[in-house]
Write a protein that binds this ligand. Structure first.
Ligand code: FAD
Length: 264
């Protein structure tokens, strides 16, 4: 074997520029952006690392940064013994990560019909695509109000979203629009917090709408994006379909769209 054959080549390699650990189970990081990558805010790509045998180990990741950003941000779980994240959580600045420049996904404004209010309903790392969308001027041009809900088990798990939203009004590009139009509603299910409970329970009881001063969800005005566990997605879909909402897609825009935050 020649020296060249022995060196493992990482295809689509990008360099890590920033890493932040939010808790024992969550971290975010930034990498350089592939020159060929064009994406719509809300889409996901395949990212990963090389395995010991030199083959790539890839997983789907929502891009958490907006489409105009020069670098790419990702927000990640740390799964104990997870094939990718047990290694990915150890990356540091200067390391390389594979980013396949082929974005896809349904959590894009193109998959929704025009409306008055955009609801972004996330649990856990399902916040990532919405972290991208709330930094994109496009959604503030399209909607009069943007409501982001984020539900986690503990208050600590809300930290990434809380910090992002807290600083967004200072953003030179979207700050003014954010201050006027973005409403943030974080909830914790297993700890005492200002808002407590599952988002589906808060929707069914009407507590969510009362707190935000909106009426119940109405397909004539509201558009909804959902990103969470399979259970959450199905429960919200049921609530929306009962209220007359139709599911949209890239080829057939409608009233709501959903995507799994993870498989399993
Ligand atoms: C469309 C799509 C977008 C995704 N975007 C993201 C993202 O932005 N950030 C992110 O961290 N993950 C995201 N995921 C999940 C991601 O692809 C991996 O599953 C995750 O990185 C764990 O990889 P792993 O190899 O360590 O473990 P895996 O073998 O992939 O997963 C092991 C188990 O861990 C649990 N799990 C995996 N991911 C999560 C998660 N995010 N939250 C809670 N439990 C989880 C599941 O029970 C799963 O069966 C996305 C998945 C899909 C399908």
């Amino acid at each position: 074997m020649t020296i060249q054959q022995a060196v493992k080549v990482m295809p689509d390699a990008q360099t890590v520029t920033e890493v932040k650990h939010w808790s024992d189970t969550l971290f975010s990081f930034r990498v350089t952006r592939p020159a060929s990558l064009r994406f719509r805010s809300g889409e996901f790509v395949m990212i990963g690392l090389l395995k010991d045998d030199g083959k790539p180990l890839l997983r789907a990741y929502s891009i958490a940064s907006p489409s105009w950003d020069e670098t790419l941000e990702f927000y990640s779980i740390k799964v104990p013994d997870g094939p990718l994240t047990s290694k990915l959580q150890k990356i540091s600045v200067g390391d390389q990560v594979i980013v396949r420049p082929k974005p896809v996904g349904t959590l894009v404004t193109d998959a929704l019909l025009p409306g008055k209010r955009l609801w972004l309903l996330a649990t856990g790392t399902g916040l990532a695509p919405f972290a991208s969308l709330i930094r994109d001027p496009d959604i503030y041009e399209r909607y009069e109000q943007v409501i982001l809900t984020h539900t986690c088990r503990t208050v600590e798990e809300l930290a990434y979203g809380q910090e992002l939203v807290e600083h967004l009004p200072e953003d030179p590009l979207v700050g003014e629009e954010v201050a006027a139009k973005l409403h943030y509603y974080p909830t914790a299910t297993q700890e005492e917090f200002v808002n407590k409970g599952r988002i589906t329970d808060l929707m069914r009881s009407g507590e969510l709408y009362q707190a935000l001063g909106t009426g119940p969800l109405n397909p004539a005005e509201d558009r909804v994006m959902i990103c969470g566990s399979m259970g959450l997605n199905l429960d919200v879909k049921e609530i929306l379909e009962e209220a007359g909402f139709k599911e949209g897609s890239n080829s057939s825009p409608a009233d709501f769209v959903l995507e799994k935050a993870f498989v399993g």
